[in-house]
Ligand binder design. Structure first.
Ligand SMILES: [Zn+2]
Length: 235
C-alpha cells in the first residue's frame, strides 16, 4: 500500500477529537475515533491502542481496508479496529467514526426502550438508533468486535443510520467529518441522559422524523462553534 506521510491537518483534528471526547465523558480508558484518509480510499487514520485522553500525533497510524496497519513503525492496535474498517467499506458517504462505551446510552441497548431524538441538537438520530446484538450471529462472545466478520455484521445492522447501539457494550456514531462525528457522539450521550430523565415521567413527545431531519440540517451548520468551544476548554 503506502508509506506516504499522514495528512497533518487531519492528524491534528483526530488528536483533538480524542481529547475532546475524553473531556466530555464520551470516551474513558476505552473507545476510539477514526477518520477516513482522503488520499488513500479504503484507508483510515486511528491511534494505537491508548486511552483517548493521552493520544498524541505520534500515536496515529494509517490502517487499510482489512483493518491492519499500513506503513509507519508497527504499533499495538485497538482490538476493535474492525468496527472502523468494515463501516468505511460499506458507507462511502461517511468520513469519521466514533466507537464509545458512554454510560447513559447503554440502557437503551439492553431494554425494549428505543433511543430516539427528543431535543433539536439530536436530530441526527432520525427515527431512532438500531441495535446490534453480537449474540444473534456469533453466540456467546466477549462482545468485542474482534474480526472482520463481526465488523461486517455490525456495519450491516448500522445500514444507512448515523448511530448504532451495541447490546451490552456501547455505541457507534458515523459522520461526514471528524468534527461532526465528535458532535454526534457528545450529543448521543446528551440525548440518552435526557431520555433517562424523561421516560420515567411519562410518554415522551419525541421529534417527528420530519423535525429530526430539519433540526439535523440546522445543527450541522454550527458544528465548528461547538468544536472551537470544546477545543478551547482543553488544558
Ligand atoms: Zn468497545
Amino acid at each position: 500500500m503506502t508509506d506516504a506521510p499522514l495528512p497533518a491537518p487531519l492528524v491534528g483534528d483526530l488528536v483533538l477529537a480524542n481529547r475532546i471526547l475524553a473531556a466530555n465523558g464520551v470516551l474513558d480508558a476505552f473507545g476510539h475515533v477514526s477518520v477516513r484518509d482522503p488520499a488513500h480510499p479504503g484507508c483510515f487514520l486511528l491511534s494505537r491502542s491508548r486511552a483517548p485522553a493521552d493520544v498524541e500525533a505520534a500515536d496515529i497510524r494509517r490502517f487499510g481496508p482489512d483493518g491492519e496497519q499500513v506503513g509507519g513503525p508497527p504499533v499495538k492496535p485497538y482490538l476493535e479496529r474492525f468496527i472502523h474498517s468494515e463501516i468505511y467499506a460499506t458507507r462511502p458517504d461517511i468520513a469519521a467514526i466514533v466507537h464509545s462505551h458512554s454510560p447513559s446510552v447503554l440502557p437503551f441497548g439492553v431494554t425494549g426502550t428505543a433511543l430516539k431524538p427528543l431535543c433539536h441538537v439530536c436530530g441526527f438520530l432520525g427515527e431512532g438508533a438500531p441495535i446490534f446484538d453480537t449474540r444473534t450471529e456469533f453466540g456467546d462472545t466477549d462482545l468485542l468486535i474482534r474480526n472482520r466478520a463481526m465488523g461486517r455484521a455490525l456495519a450491516r445492522n448500522l445500514g444507512g443510520a448515523s448511530s448504532l447501539l451495541m447490546r451490552g457494550h456501547g455505541s457507534v456514531v458515523v459522520a461526514e467529518s471528524v468534527r461532526e462525528a465528535v458532535f454526534r457522539a457528545v450529543y448521543l450521550e446528551h440525548n440518552a441522559k435526557l431520555a433517562l430523565a424523561s421516560v420515567p415521567l411519562g410518554p415522551v413527545n419525541y421529534l417527528t422524523p420530519g423535525e429530526a431531519t430539519l433540526a439535523a440540517a440546522t445543527t450541522s451548520a454550527t458544528i465548528d462553534r461547538a468544536w472551537d468551544h470544546w477545543a478551547a476548554a482543553l488544558d
